[in-house]
Design a protein around this ligand. Structure first.
Ligand code: 4AD
Ligand code: MG
Length: 428
């Protein structure tokens, strides 16, 4: 059985296999902290309760010794997760060959990231990985239930979609190709056969900025569907985010506790999310005495200020076209604006969703491709989608790491993926 199940076995004898993560002793009693794949727990070893050999063995347990124990499960209100184990018997399954390189006392992020392959074993990091896994399955279930087909899009690509400044170039048999920044353009092709599609995979951006919100390799889910109006796109994203939060609150209370997450913040996330135009967001910033110029994208400080006013994520639409990607449809009422939306997470976690309606007009698209100094030849296949059987469509991309960072309430998104890739980190 697993530590997370202890609540169902109070005052019963249980058998658990665990890894030692800490130990302290006071003469006639040892306190051993163990972890398993589900949580962590303190094991109390009283001299009079166990065989003298076992008590002696406990004295010499090092970090990452693997033990199989028989113990009594006891309710303990002072314990973080509410339970404790009283040892009856123990067998050592594996002894570490050396002292564990990660000390118990807090270490700096660089040190920990060098030992990422071991750091992920810590209760906090494991909790984040469990939550991430559930975030992903919640998204897949949500889209599958709404009739979306999952279509995998290529990682090697010949052209840019989200700007040329963040492309990773790869030598592909003496030809320059790029790692995908998004699957969107391919989604637009497959949507015209399957209507509701999504891709779910890694995206690559050569982000030169060292911020807590940027990785060079991150995961995105990108739904795309036909006849999508901007409000349909926002509704789909809103429903997805609500579902993610519900699933985590339902199934991951122990992990949220391990992370010391203030769950009242997550419980306040309810549809409908506030929606406002870029212009209204500028006005909101002005009211908060932040000067933001029309035509500029919001940076992290502006996004944080905007989201501070709300308990739920906030949807900002109709940004100036000039600061958005070439494929965004212009608003019919004002062609300086794009029918696009960004959704900002609460508590300053920034943009978790970017999306919108796609430009259908082939002449406007060609113009935009030129304005963005892209090579029209590379986009002929994409323009074919407008030449044949074209209908209005749109979609969005939700970044998994930023979403997980917000749900878990952790500062830097590098902790939301098992092996993060940033401008200055490619190992381990
Ligand atoms: O806003 P972005 O760039 O949009 C697209 O890629 C569209 N093609 C999506 C679509 O409409 N199908 O990225 C979408 C999301 C962002 O909102 C953010 O959550 C995440 O991807 N993201 C990053 N996450 C971590 N590190 C980075 N460098 C990220 N860049 C974007
Ligand atoms: Mg964006």
């Amino acid at each position: 059985m697993r530590i997370s199940e202890l609540k169902d076995f109070v005052d019963q004898q249980v058998e658990i296999t665990g890894w030692v993560i800490g130990k302290r002793s006071s003469g006639k009693i040892h306190f051993i902290l163990i972890r398993d794949s589900s949580a962590f727990c303190q094991v109390v070893v009283a001299e009079k309760e166990v065989h003298p050999e076992v008590f002696e063995q406990c004295k010499h347990l090092n970090i990452e010794t693997v033990i199989k124990i028989k113990a009594l499960a006891v309710e303990e209100p002072r314990a973080k997760l509410g339970y404790e184990l009283h040892l009856k018997d123990m067998e050592v399954l594996s002894t570490p060959v050396d002292e564990y390189p990660i000390p118990r006392k807090p270490s700096g992020p660089d040190f920990l990231l060098n030992y990422r392959h071991l750091w992920i074993r810590s209760p906090r990091q494991s909790a984040i990985m469990r939550i991430r896994s559930k975030v992903i399955s919640a998204i897949r279930n949500y889209l599958d239930q709404q009739g979306f087909y999952c279509v995998d899009t290529p990682i090697f690509t010949a052209s840019s979609c989200e700007g040329t400044t963040t492309l990773f170039k790869v030598d592909y048999f003496n030809q320059d190709v790029f790692l995908a920044q998004t699957g969107q353009l391919y989604n637009e092709a497959t949507a015209l056969c399957l209507d509701k599609v999504y891709c779910f995979g890694p995206s690559f951006r050569a982000e030169k900025s060292k911020t807590r919100r940027h990785l060079t390799e991150f995961w995105q889910v990108e739904p795309e569907f036909l006849f999508a109006r901007l409000e349909d796109i926002i509704n789909l994203a809103e429903g997805m985010i609500v579902r993610i939060v519900e699933e985590i609150l339902t199934h991951h209370q122990i992990d949220l506790k391990i992370l010391d997450r203030d769950i009242s913040k997550l419980e306040q996330v309810k549809a409908p999310f506030p929606r406002m135009t870029y212009d209204q967001a500028l006005q909101l910033l002005q009211e908060k005495n932040i000067s933001a110029e029309w035509g500029k994208d919001f940076g992290a400080p502006e996004e944080t200020k905007i989201s501070e006013s709300f308990n739920s994520p906030v949807c900002i639409h109709r940004y100036p076209s000039a600061i958005k990607a070439f494929y965004m449809k212009q608003a019919p009422e004002d062609n300086r604006l794009a029918l696009g939306v960004d959704i900002l997470a609460p508590e300053g976690y920034g943009e978790i969703v970017g999306g919108g309606v796609r430009e259908e007009d082939i002449a406007i698209l060609e113009q935009r491709i030129d304005q963005h100094q892209l090579n029209r030849d590379d986009y002929q296949w994409y323009l074919d989608l407008r030449r044949y059987g074209s209908v209005p469509h749109g979609g969005f991309g939700l970044g998994i790491e930023r979403t997980v960072a917000w749900i878990c309430g952790i500062h830097h998104i590098r902790e939301t993926i098992a092996f993060p890739r940033t401008i200055d980190r490619i190992k381990p």
